[in-house]
Design a protein around this ligand. Structure first.
Ligand code: F6P
Length: 359
């Protein structure tokens, strides 16, 4: 058996641990594993394929990023090709990918990626490629799995940052606004905000009223807390307003989110008169060594993916359900984004702690 593996979309802590899980589990069965570099690029230019031996992956569990490299704009169904006049034309080169995959004699592809990568995997499965997916993203927004790997590490990084902001906020009687990642889901903001004792958490699922946010800040002053910590998810939006975008539309129709933290801070300062500062945690949340939780989850996902290849349940994704890793159809996983449910216990707990969501 010859298995190919690639990593797609934004990187997340734990990618290398998944790769290690795949390589070690496959080698136990006497199978060979090959790494496709930069998403699907290695199946377009096949010089970018490397043999992954157990020795190659022995010590990579705790290393962030991906040894295979990754691409955000690398969808073979809309691949950006530069023409002689310098213009970029999105072209469907998926047949080339399928052809090279077959010519190289691969028996399966394990695609590690987020929502976008799972959509691509689904399309290749429908073209006849034997694919297994592994859900990666710090955003934790993929349906059908309790958690994606990378999320726990991002939350830990954000929580640690929020902890540090408490002391400076308190010393200066300031409001500190922290913008965290998560795209259209509020998971990172919610988990890190609660754990970091934030006073206000703004998430995309609950459009906020800035007046209510300011009221919370003023109420805190009345009870003697002259500082406040506000955690804002990058995809949060005001009631009746829209998300904040850094730049225009990019390849594949994806927009870049960012700036809502600064906007919120300016409004708070204007309306409350309190000195306010904002900080964007940005890509720090994607870096560094994976936490123990993410290492274990990634190694379990990687080894489970090999078992799914052996069972021949292609078109499925490894998913965490309670304490077990199970197979779910990729089509089910990409059907709907996983948002924070309004009736979740975690939201109720946050409200019981007195955290405001600006609603
Ligand atoms: O999906 C992961 C993520 O980090 C999002 O939280 C964020 O909006 C986006 O990727 C950033 O993408 P890029 O690395 O292309 O700026």
């Amino acid at each position: 058996m010859k298995i190919a593996v690639n990593t797609g979309g934004g990187d997340a802590p734990g990618l290398n641990a998944v790769i290690r899980g795949i390589v070690l589990a496959a080698s136990q069965k006497g199978w060979e594993v090959f790494g496709i570099k930069y998403g699907y690029r290695g199946l377009i230019d096949t010089k970018q394929i490397i043999r992954l031996t157990p020795e190659f992956v022995w010590d990579i569990t705790n290393i962030g990023g991906t040894i295979l490299g990754t691409l955000v704009k690398g969808d073979p169904f809309n691949y950006p090709i530069e023409k002689s006049d310098g213009s970029i034309v999105e072209t469907d080169i998926s047949d080339t990918v399928v052809g090279n995959f077959r010519a190289l004699g691969f028996n399966a592809l394990i695609a590690i990626g987020g929502d976008g990568s799972m959509h691509i995997a689904d399309k290749f499965f429908k073209k006849g490629m034997p694919i297994i997916g592994v859900p990666k993203t710090i955003d934790n927004d993929i349906s059908s799995t309790d958690f994606t790997f990378g999320f726990d590490t991002a939350v830990n990084t954000a929580t640690e940052a929020i902890d540090k902001l408490h002391t400076t906020a308190k010393s200066h009687d300031r409001v500190m606004v922290v913008e965290v990642m998560g795209r259209y889901a509020g998971w990172i903001a919610l988990h890190s905000g609660i754990s970091g004792s934030a006073n206000v958490i703004l998430i995309p699922e609950i459009p906020y009223d800035i007046e209510k946010v300011c009221n919370k800040v003023k109420q805190l002053s009345l009870i003697g807390q002259n500082y406040a910590i506000v955690v804002v998810a990058e995809g949060a939006k005001p009631l009746g307003g829209d998300i904040t975008i850094v730049e225009g539309v990019r390849t594949g129709g994806e927009v870049r989110l960012g700036g809502v933290g600064r906007k919120t801070a300016e409004e708070i300062m204007k309306r409350t008169g309190k000195e306010t500062r904002s900080i964007v945690l940005g890509h720090l949340q994607r870096g560094g060594a994976p936490t123990t939780f993410d290492r274990l989850l990634s190694l379990r996902f990687g080894t489970a993916a090999v078992r799914l290849v052996e069972a021949g349940v292609f078109g499925s994704m490894a998913a965490l359900r309670s304490t077990e890793i199970v197979a779910v159809p990729i089509t089910e996983a990409i059907g709907q984004m996983k948002s924070v449910p309004m009736d979740s216990d975690i939201l109720r707990s946050a409200r019981s702690l007195g955290i405001s969501f600006g609603d």
